[in-house]
Design a protein. Structure first.
Length: 103
């Protein structure tokens, strides 16, 4: 009888350990890596380059709903629009540059 109880405890422990190992696989991308993907999309955007009049980027700041990207003379708010997903992994998104504000 005691042997059965120990066997049952071992099975529960193994099942718990296996399910705990599966949790990270179901998680979204860590925030650092998600924002890295977003910034890469922003800096690689033809529309953002045109909004900044092809001038070098001097600053990228996190802003409400996206990023504010600035050159010496212009600034543009780039919205990050997340797609709904039922699958685990990185969040899929689209970027939407707004109208540039130039001095």
């Amino acid at each position: 009888m005691r042997s059965r109880a120990i066997h049952r405890i071992h099975r529960i422990a193994i099942a718990t350990a296996l399910s705990a190992m599966a949790v990270p696989a179901l998680a979204a991308l860590p925030p650092f890596w998600q924002s890295s993907r977003e910034i890469q999309a922003v800096t690689g955007s033809k529309e953002v380059a045109e909004a900044l009049k092809q001038a070098p980027i001097e600053r990228i700041e996190r802003a409400q709903g996206g990023y504010r990207v600035s050159s010496q003379a212009c600034s543009v708010l780039v919205k990050v629009i997340y797609e709904k997903s039922t699958m685990p992994g990185p969040q899929k998104f689209q970027i939407q540059p707004g109208k540039a504000e130039c001095r």
